[in-house]
Design a protein around this ligand. Structure first.
Ligand code: HMH
Length: 221
């Protein structure tokens, strides 16, 4: 089988699920200004928990990049991502104070627990670099695509939520996601058939978990 440009092929192949994750009703309600602020606050508290778990996950990808990648720029891209999480955690704390969300009392919802457990499973040393960097790309890209919809010209995003949308929806974060995509495509070109299947399954699992996370934020599940 041809192995170049795997990501574009997978996105096309699984377009329905991909679109469910990147144009979820939660995001569309921000975009059209109808969002219920209690949903936003629920998302904020839950995502803070998620991001705290995302830090060691990203660090584990960085570790694998430094050991396995034949291109030293991989490590630099992933390090940039890791470094920006420090700023992100500060932003969550500030934002939570603004919205009166007491972060110390937040309890992880079921969908969030599932997602965090999935991240933990990806941190195991035996998981291949190609597989985990695919997960990193997918996790970041779902947020990038989703929040970029809230910044489109005809969007009616409430001004209070613009900062959150810019954090992930802006061009700078888009550039970062494209760098990750190049890394993943290059890695998958050299991957075994077995690794390729594992990476695709991981991509699909991320999409499902992201959809469940949005559902939870809206108040379902
Ligand atoms: C649930 N997915 C979730 N939270 C995030 N902050 C991101 C992706 C992107 O970092």
């Amino acid at each position: 089988v041809k192995k170049d440009g795997m990501i574009d092929r997978w996105v096309k192949k699984h377009l329905l699920l991909y679109t469910e994750a990147t144009s979820h009703p939660f995001i569309l309600s921000i975009r059209d200004g109808t969002i219920d602020f209690s949903s936003f606050k629920r998302w904020l508290g839950q995502d803070y928990i998620f991001v705290r778990e995302f830090v060691p996950f990203t660090a584990s990808v960085l570790l694998k990049a430094s050991k396995n990648s034949d291109d030293s720029s991989d490590m630099e891209v992933i390090l940039r991502g890791l470094a920006s999480l420090s700023d992100e955690i500060s932003w969550f704390k500030q934002e939570a104070a603004k919205w009166d969300v007491p972060l110390s009392d937040v309890i992880a919802h079921k969908s969030n627990q599932n997602y965090c457990r999935f991240l933990e499973s990806l941190m195991l040393p035996e998981l291949e670099y190609c597989v985990v960097v695919t997960a990193l790309w997918a996790i970041e890209t779902v947020y990038q695509e989703s929040f970029s919809h809230c910044l489109e010209d005809d969007s009616k995003t409430p001004p209070e939520l613009l900062e959150a949308c810019k954090r992930w929806g802006s061009e700078g974060f888009g550039e970062f996601c494209r760098s990750l995509q190049k890394i993943v495509n290059r890695c998958l070109e050299k991957a075994s058939d077995e690794e390729l299947i594992k990476a695709e399954v991981t991509f699909l699992r991320v999409l499902e978990l992201e959809i469940e996370f949005w559902n939870m934020s809206r108040g379902g599940g």
